[in-house]
Design a binder for this molecule. Structure first.
Ligand code: GLN
Ligand code: ZN
Length: 758
């Protein structure tokens, strides 16, 4: 059986892309040097694909920043506000200006927006389409990527983001409709295709994951129009790849298209298999069967794959089957080569992008030869993983499952709790607080490095952290905040910090995954049962509380966020892993409470990230995600005030769930100060208290007392005074002290001014 891949991580084994691009930003390397760095990374990937023996090798899967941005530029779509800069900047400067905004000669232009790419943790630059845009395709880079592959002896498959996905993921301005823009964008695509169809390529692949999200009549019509048109004019094979879920009604439309191959995700959209069974698969097409998990880190599960392939073979001839990852490999780390220090007992079960290529080749061979011995051996390996006693913590599974049956949430209704807490905490109206972290200054990073390298002892490090905590408590008292925090100085990252204190997690040295542009994350891996051997936050929190008579908030990361920002074991359902995390947090809450901490914040910034693409799966996700938040927070007595924090501003689709989470207080990002965001809380009569961010921490600007006062007054129009908290809209860790001290001071002054108007 043949094999295919539509994309590899582009960041490089040692994040070479990040460092090159950042050097370019800093003016330390030239355009040519940056180009060279990109060329090397592309070459490395192409050579790897070729030497492994992958049959359909992609090109144009690289980008210096983001492929949606590249697709916009390839189509010639440039937001008007940037056009004046095109002349005065070099091509790369201009390109990055689109993604990051620009200040030049006193003029400043805001960056294009970023949004999450489907239900992954990758963020793409959102194309801006309006009725006046001019499309003038530029295929220089695309053709260059084809030639690079050809020079290496490869007949590549250029990969483009398909037009349905491109338009659906764009921002349509000025009431532009999908129909209006479609014909123009589609003409530009045709122009691009005609320019490359004379090249020595093995076909043209279109990524259309949006087909797993929409199946409207309108989109299906466009799907059919577009692919019929291009197939008629293009002599090369056309492939359409979908990923992240099943394609539903689109399946029948896709079957009727005159294209050579269809890619389906058979892992995250198992229903695709039923579609194939029900409607068959045409004998003149290839099926790119997504059977290797492209967004997780485990070795292939042969039980599952074997089942899928046997079922596929009933409807699809073997020579029509092409084995593939479930999606672009962009979403998993590049290579296990950099993980030499990881103990073999973990490493043996892992497979990153490069290893997944080997697995694909192995599977292709196995099923070509019907190598049943090898299949049994791989199944045995998988069994060993499932049964590995090193992954089991006695009692954890049972304890977590218990909460599926009993209600893990608080016993007393929110209103009653609120009045007890009012009594108990005696906070002023418009209580002021922060979201948790204070600036992570270079000295902290240096101490953490020294600790890691063994240059200082754990005691020295702890002492240093204590020093920071006492400084920040004094600072907050001086500023006059009402509810204090300990500053989160001991945390490198809000997930990793907790993961390191729990059992069941494994960490990589180089398992970087691109989050957006040059930003990468290194998600921990949930390998086994999650248990809390001891308290995780007590020491720092109690130390902070010992320094002040004001309440100090305990700061925890919620179970859903822990889950969504980790790679999760795939042998038990995600919700069970989440439940184990929830129990661990619940026990931490209990520890804090029994040590007299009165306010505990459980952050859930990634709550929305796990929301499935298809409606039919949402209900179930929301049910277990909310339940697990209730389990985490639910042991708290009535007098303990539970806060939560979410940092995005689109709450429309999840407001019911937020209410069900039953937190006493929620703090929200509200940096664009759009009243519509908050109106949804009013319309739904949100029962708890709310702290909409009164200033944007993502910008270095220092808000004035007047600006903040205006914000608060706008909030007063929406909510009764008793319901409001005053806080910035996210943690302060990325800011500098020079910025946050005046900003928080102004915030407190504004709150006091509203409390006691003159
Ligand atoms: N408590 C965290 C902080 O302040 C919250 C971070 C977040 O919302 N992502 O840093
Ligand atoms: Zn936040």
């Amino acid at each position: 059986m043949k094999t295919s891949v539509i994309g590899l991580p582009r960041i490089g084994c040692r994040r070479e892309l990040k460092f090159a691009v950042e050097k370019f930003f800093a003016g330390q390397i030239s355009e040519e040097e940056l180009e060279q760095a990109g060329f090397h990374l592309r070459k490395e990937n192409l050579q790897r694909l070729r030497s492994t023996g992958i049959n359909y090798i992609p090109c144009n899967d690289f980008s210096f920043y983001d492929r949606m941005l590249d697709m916009s530029l390839m189509l010639g779509i440039i937001p008007e506000r940037f056009q004046e800069f095109e002349e005065e900047l070099t091509p790369h400067q201009f390109y990055f200006a689109l993604a990051r905004g620009i200040t030049n000669n006193g003029r400043s232009v805001k960056a294009m927006k970023m949004l999450k790419w489907f239900n992954t943790n990758y963020h793409y630059v959102v194309p801006e389409l309006n009725p006046c845009i001019q499309l003038s395709p530029d295929t220089t880079r695309l053709i260059n990527s084809i030639h690079e592959a050809i020079t290496l002896g490869i007949k590549p498959v250029p990969v483009l983001i398909g037009p349905i996905t491109f338009i659906m993921m764009s921002e349509l301005e000025d009431h532009l409709s999908f129909d209006d823009i479609f014909s123009r964008v589609s003409a530009a695509y045709q122009e691009i295709i005609s320019r490359i169809s004379l090249e020595e390529i093995a076909g043209i692949a279109f990524e259309e994951p949006a087909l797993c999200m929409t199946e409207s009549e309108q989109h299906r019509q466009k799907l059919s129009t577009f692919y019929n048109k291009i197939s008629a004019r293009c002599s090369k094979d056309i492939f359409i790849h979908t990923s992240f879920d099943h394609v539903g009604k689109n399946y029948q439309t896709m079957l009727g298209l005159p294209v050579k191959g269809l890619g389906l995700d058979l892992l995250y959209g198992p229903e695709n298999l039923n579609l194939i069974k029900k409607f068959g698969f045409p004998a003149d097409k290839l099926l790119f069967a997504g059977i290797v998990d492209g967004r997780n880190v485990w070795k292939a599960d042969l039980f599952r794959i074997d089942g899928i392939i046997s079922a596929l073979r009933e409807s699809v001839a073997s020579d029509q089957l092409v084995l593939a990852p479930s999606c672009s490999l962009l979403h998993c780390p590049l290579s296990l080569t950099g993980e030499d220090s990881m103990p073999e007992k973990y490493r043996q079960y892992l497979s990153f992008a490069f290893e997944k290529l080997d697995e694909l080749i192995d599977l292709g061979r196995i099923y070509r030869l019907n190598d049943n011995d090898r299949i049994s051996r791989l199944k045995e390996e998988r069994r060993r993983f499932i049964d590995d006693v090193g992954r089991i913590e006695p009692g954890v599974k049972e304890e977590a499952i218990k909460f599926e049956l009993i209600h893990g949430g608080r016993k007393t209704p929110l209103k009653i709790r609120a009045s007890k807490q009012r009594h108990n905490l005696t906070l002023p109206l418009f209580p002021t607080t922060t979201i948790g972290s204070f600036p992570q200054t270079p000295d902290i990073r240096q101490m953490r490095n020294e600790l890691r390298m063994g240059k200082i002892s754990r005691e020295d490090y702890n002492l240093f952290i204590r020093g920071k905590i006492s400084e920040v408590i004094a600072l907050q008292e001086k500023i006059g905040l009402d509810v204090l925090v300990h500053g989160e100085y001991e945390r490198n990252d809000m997930v990793e910090y907790f993961a390191e204190k729990l059992t069941g997690f494994v960490f990589t040295a180089n398992g970087w995954v691109q989050s957006f542009g040059t930003r990468c994350v290194k998600p921990p891996i949930i390998f086994g049962d999650v248990n809390r051997p001891g308290s995780m936050t007590l020491e720092e929190t109690l130390y902070a509380q010992s320094l002040t008579s004001k309440p100090v908030k305990g700061m925890l990361t919620g179970p859903v966020t822990m889950l969504n920002w980790s790679f999760v074991r795939d042998d038990i359902p995600r919700e069970h892993v989440c439940a184990q995390l929830a129990v661990a947090i619940r026990n931490e809450v209990a520890d804090l409470e029994s040590n007299n901490i009165k306010i505990i914040q459980i952050d859930e910034p990634a709550f929305r990230e796990g929301v499935p693409l298809r409606d039919e799966r949402r209900m179930s996700y929301f049910r277990w995600a909310v339940n697990n938040f209730l389990v985490a927070s639910g042991s708290a007595g009535d007098n303990v005030q539970i806060h939560t924090h979410m940092c995005y501003s689109d709450f429309n689709s999840i407001i019911d769930e937020i209410i069900k989470m039953d937190a006493d207080v929620i703090s929200l990002e509200n940096s664009r100060a759009e009243p519509t965001v908050l109106e949804i809380f009013r319309e739904h009569q949100y029962p708890g208290m709310i702290g909409p961010g009164v200033y944007d921490i993502h910008s270095p600007n220092i808000p004035s007392v007047e600006e903040i006062t205006d914000r608060i007054m706008a909030l007063q129009k929406l909510f009764p005074d008793e319901q409001l908290w005053i806080n910035p809209d996210c943690g302060l860790k990325t800011r500098r002290s020079e910025e946050i001290i005046p900003a928080l001071t102004n915030m407190v002054t504004a709150a006091k001014g509203i409390r006691n108007p003159v």
